[in-house]
Design a protein around this ligand. Sequence first.
Ligand code: AMP
Length: 382
Amino acid sequence: MNSSHQKILPGATVGVLGSGQLGRMFAIAARQMGYRVHTFSPETDTPTGQVSDVEIKASYEDLDAVKKFARAVSVVTFEFENVPSAAVEAASEYVPVRPGGAVLHITQHRLREKTFLAHHGFPVPAFRPVHRAEDLRSALKELGYPAVLKTAGFGYDGKGQTKITSPDQTETLLPNIGQQERILEVFVDFDREVSVIGARGLDGTFAHWGVIQNSHQNHILDLSVAPADVPPPVEREAIEITHGVLEQLNVVGVLCVEFFLTREGKLLINELAPRPHNSGHLTFDACITSQFEQQLRVVCGLPLGSTELLRPAAMANLLGDLWENGDPIWSAMCGFPEVKLHLYGKLSPKSGRKMGHLTALAATPQRASKRVLEARSSLKSE
Ligand code: AMP
C-alpha cells in the first residue's frame, strides 16, 4: 500500500526539519493531539527541541543523519524554507515530506518565485534578474527609481535588501554586483500590507484564515490584525489568488501569500512562505484551528479543521530589543487579562530577534490592536 495515502494518526511520530519558533508552535499543537515530535537542526536546546520528544543535532548536509531521522518518524515537514533540497530528498526516500521539495525549490529563491508567479498570471511588482553590473544598469533604466535590490536566495525580514533611490547610489553598489544572484523590483508605494494564509490537504481541499493586515518596522513584522480592514472585493480577490497559488504549486501544506495593497486598490504579491507564517500566529488563540494544527492535519493526511475566527485579534511581536535594559516587566503585562503571552525559549535576546509575541482578543480589530500595543508597552523597562 502506498504509504503516502495513509492517515498518520495521533500517537504517531512526526519529524520537523528546523528548530525555531514555527517548529515550536507546530510541536505544541502536535503534542496537544497526542503525537510525538522529533526535531532536526544543527543546534541544541532550541525553541522546537525544548518542546519535542527527541531533538537531533546534526548538519543538514549530513544526509546519513537525515536518513536516520526520517526512518524514526512517519512523516517529515519543515519549519523554514531554507532547508537544503538534498536533505528533503534524503528524507523523502523513507517517508512523505510535506510540502514537497518542488514547493521549497521555488519559494526559497526570490527570482524563481517571482518568475513562477508572473508566468502563471499572478500579480507581482515589475522585476528584473540581476546577474551582472550591466543588468542592474539596464534594469534601473527600465524600471526607474526608486527600486529595491534583493538577494535571490536566503532572504527574510528585509535581509539582503537595498532600496535604490538615485544613480549615484547605483554607482556605489555596482562593484558588489555579480557575486550572487539578485532581483531588482520596483519600489511599491503601498497603502498597506496584508497576507492570506491558506492550507491545502492531500485531497486538494482548501481552507484559509481570511485577510490579515500587517505592519512592519525596519522590514520586520511588528503588528498583525484580523480581520483586515479591506473592501470585500479586495478580500475575495486576495483569497482567490491565494487559492490559485496553492493549486498551481500543488502545495500539500500551509502557505502564506504576502501582498502589497496599492493606493489604487490593486493587490501585488510580495512573497510566498510555504509554511505557517508570523502573521498567522494570532490563529493560535483566535481560531478554532490554528495554522500549526492545520499544518499537522495536512501533513498527517487528516481532514482540515475549521479556520473560523472566534473573535477579532491582534498580534504584536516581541523582539530582542525589549530586553535592552534587562528583563521585560512580565508582571505588568499579566495585568492585561485578554492578552496571551507566547515566548519561544530563545537563550540570547539579540536586537531584531523574534523572542515571542502577544495576542489580544477583543470585540473589534481596533480594540484588539490597542490592547496588544498597550500590553507590549507595559513590558518596557526604562
Ligand atoms: P521581504 O523580505 O521581501 O518580505 O520584505 C520585507 C519588507 O520590506 C516588506 O514587508 C515591505 O515592507 C518591504 N518591501 C519589500 N519589497 C518591497 C518593494 N518592492 N516595495 C516596497 N516595499 C518593499
